[in-house]
Design a protein around this ligand. Structure first.
Ligand SMILES: O=C(CO)[C@H](O)[C@H](O)COP(=O)(O)O
Length: 230
């Protein structure tokens, strides 16, 4: 699992604060990443003490972790609603709550689960906060469309780089069998317009800009948790 700028204690604080909203009987979306992992482990402990929930994982990694933690799981086609999704982010725009996600290449499934949930709570540390988005945008593409999507991203002013695997020769392949282009657009003044433009490119499966989805962001700090509502 990749690591990021925040400390484990900051991540843990944010995750535990988010878990406090989980109630008996809920269906809970289980995000991907090192911050959400603290929430999944805590939910596993609570299930061990009698909490009755079902989890909907957003990735192979989240599923594995949740199974190890003992959380009963369901897939999207087995549930009719998700009460609450808890997920991390690579960047959070404090101005409007827009997010960049996909550092773990799981943003396609994450967006489905997070958008479907009645409430979406983000868990983050202070290193993730910015006034406006400027993080590179992960774009999941069909393998056959890598060069055509790259050209379209360049036309939009972005700089696409194929994400390479760390312990394998060649590219990262997502849980859906696709490739990821990390696209640097510099400072993004209008994340909603960019999100719409990226979604319209043929061959794009999903991109990592999440606009208007986050309801609450828990930011774990050195001595507590800041809660920001959108
Ligand atoms: O979007 C994600 C995975 O696709 C993660 O939620 C995001 O990368 C944050 O991860 P971490 O909590 O490890 O910093």
């Amino acid at each position: 699992m990749k690591t990021t700028g925040g400390t484990d204690e900051q991540k843990r604080r944010a995750a535990l604060a988010a878990v406090e909203s989980v109630e008996d009987g809920m269906v809970v979306g289980l995000g991907t990443g090192s911050t959400t992992a603290f929430a999944i482990r805590k939910l596993g402990d609570l299930v061990g003490s009698g909490l009755d929930i079902r989890g909907v994982p957003t990735s192979f990694a989240a599923r594995e972790l949740a199974r190890e933690a003992g959380i009963p799981l369901a897939s999207l086609d087995e549930i009719s609603a998700i009460d609450l999704a808890i997920d991390g982010a690579d960047q959070v725009a404090t101005s409007d709550g827009a997010l960049v996600k996909g550092g773990g290449a799981a943003h396609a499934r994450e967006k489905i689960v997070d958008a479907f949930a009645d409430e979406f709570h983000v868990v983050a540390d202070p290193s993730k906060l910015a006034e406006t988005l400027s993080h590179s945008i992960p774009v999941e593409v069909l393998p056959t469309a890598r060069t055509t999507v790259s050209a379209a991203v360049s036309d939009l002013g972005g700089d696409p780089v194929l994400r390479r695997a760390e312990r394998k020769d060649g590219p990262v392949v997502t849980d859906n069998g696709n490739l990821v282009l990390d696209c640097d657009f510099g400072e993004i003044s209008d994340s909603e317009s960019l999100a719409t433009a990226l979604s319209a490119i043929p061959g794009v499966v999903e991109h990592g800009i999440f606009v208007g989805l986050a309801d609450v962001v828990y930011v774990g700090t050195a001595d507590g948790v800041d809660v920001v509502e959108f």
